[in-house]
Design a protein around this ligand. Structure first.
Ligand code: SF4
Ligand code: SF4
Length: 452
């Protein structure tokens, strides 16, 4: 806050506001990223399929899984969904829409995140044995082409950024984690908005488009859906939109808008990534593989068999996610009969820090690999040799430390959410505590299994 009690506005730093207001800045950034995306797709399609056996070109997998992915996680923790500002896939959808679109309204009954949740489950369930995106450049390229096609198709049929708002699984995960981020985009003064007869941020004007995801800066209370496109910064003639630093995780406590699809996703992320970490451990993997093999009609590795195995992966993922969500639900229901579903939804948001911790822990190896790669390149630029490496044991300890940090942050978030209702504080905290301890116990148990 400054001396007048106003929140610090990062748009006032140097030329940020004029840069974001410029008609050329965003398209220029988008063009650069579209070119990079096309190069990645080209090299992906030109490569042999499996880097382990065929000596393909690792450019596409390195760019997407070792560089883009770690950077994305770090930008979300600090800058909310700022990636969406640059996203080439969203930009291609936008450009398509400006040429041709039926501009239909996205159907009311699908205005939720279930399609994105299902896509997220399908991609991760298929990763291990079917698609192997992280070591298969052509499949990485096909995945990118699939999302470009989907964004274009959605842009042709529906108005605004329906793909980004309801379908994109990356946006879905970014949205949930952006509740933890250290900045927020909001209106500077709610009174100015109330007094402003023409809500330019809602209807758009010459300077900027109407908000493409249907947000309204005056009433925004969480970061999830704002794709940081800066159209409201351009259109607001009152300069009443701000981007301010804040306490990380503020949305989890403050937001009154909580939804079942997001609650389910939060548990899904924890369970899926605990499961994936388990599959890196021989003992755990053997149990699952032996079970899946026992369901195969005969011993072969045809595509259909691989597909069948992955169907099991999807079923196992979905069932254990439902099981985890059910555990939470039951632990609340055992304390109170009324409003169980609503309480389940509200308290599930306390697990966002733990879900980010599990997500980071599972991706720790590739995150560090990507960061060391980037650091090495920066060092090289300055004529230095910056060669970093960490051993497996250190990574393992970092993963366990992350889980404990996520656990503590989640307990704190559960307390803050529950303390709004003093009478049920003890019951709510017991439910949050039981589920958090179960998640932590499973996570630590998996991480202390031998890796081979
Ligand atoms: S255009 Fe600006 S002042 Fe008007 S309602 Fe939108 S954010 Fe508020
Ligand atoms: S117009 Fe403003 S509120 Fe809407 S998505 Fe873009 S930056 Fe966020």
């Amino acid at each position: 806050m400054d001396k007048n009690g106003e929140k610090l506005d990062l748009l006032d730093v140097y030329y940020c506001r004029s840069l974001f207001k410029s008609r050329f800045f965003k398209p220029a950034v988008n063009v650069i990223f579209v070119v990079v995306l096309l190069i990645i797709i080209y090299f992906g399609l030109s490569s042999a399929p499996d880097l382990r056996f065929h000596g393909g070109i690792p450019f596409a997998t390195t760019m997407i899984w070792d560089i883009w992915h770690p950077l994305l996680i770090f930008t979300i923790i600090i800058f909310a969904r700022l990636w969406c500002f640059a996203c080439p896939i969203g930009a291609v959808g936008d450009w398509t829409q400006s040429v041709y679109s039926f501009k239909r309204k996205y159907p009311e009954k699908y205005r939720n995140l279930w399609v994105a949740v299902i896509l997220f489950l399908l991609i991760f369930a298929g990763e291990r044995h079917l698609f192997m995106f992280t070591r298969n450049p052509p499949n990485t390229a096909y995945l990118l082409l699939f999302f470009i096609g989907l964004a274009v198709a959605m842009a042709v049929v529906y108005e605004k950024r329906s793909f980004c708002r309801y379908i994109c699984p990356i946006g879905l995960v970014l949205g949930v984690f952006s509740m933890l981020s250290a900045i927020e985009l909001r209106s500077r003064s709610r009174k100015t908005c109330t007094d402003h007869d023409i809500k330019e941020c809602v209807i758009g004007n010459e300077a900027g488009k109407a908000c493409p995801v249907g947000e309204f800066p005056q009433t925004m209370e969480r970061n999830n859906y704002c794709i940081m496109c800066m159209e409201c910064v351009k259109s607001c003639s009152q300069d009443n939109v701000r981007i301010s630093p804040r306490l990380p995780g503020a949305d989890i406590v403050k937001s009154n808008k909580k939804h079942l699809d997001e609650a389910y996703l939060i548990h899904s992320i924890i369970v899926i990534f605990l499961f994936v970490m388990g599959m890196e451990r021989l003992q755990f993997r053997n149990v699952i593989i032996n079970f899946v093999k026992s369901t195969l009609p005969y011993n072969s590795i045809t595509f259909l068999d691989l597909y069948w195995r992955n169907m099991w992966a999807i079923i196992i993922f979905s069932l254990i996610t439902l099981g985890a969500a059910g555990l939470m639900y039951l632990s609340i229901a055992s304390f109170r009969g009324k409003g169980t579903k609503q309480k389940f939804i509200e308290l599930s948001y306390a697990f966002i820090p733990l879900s980010l911790a599990v997500y980071l822990a599972e991706n720790m190896f590739s995150l560090l690999k990507g960061l060391f790669f980037i650091a090495g390149k920066i060092g090289g630029f300055f004529g230095q040799v910056w060669d970093f490496a960490v051993g497996f044991d250190t990574i393992n300890q970092m993963q366990i430390a992350l889980l404990f940090a996520g656990f503590i942050f989640s307990i704190w978030a559960g307390y803050r959410i529950s303390s709004n209702n003093g009478k049920e504080l003890q019951k709510n905290m017991t439910a949050v505590g039981i589920v958090a301890v179960v998640y932590l116990f499973i996570g630590v148990k998996i991480l202390t299994l031998p890796i081979v």
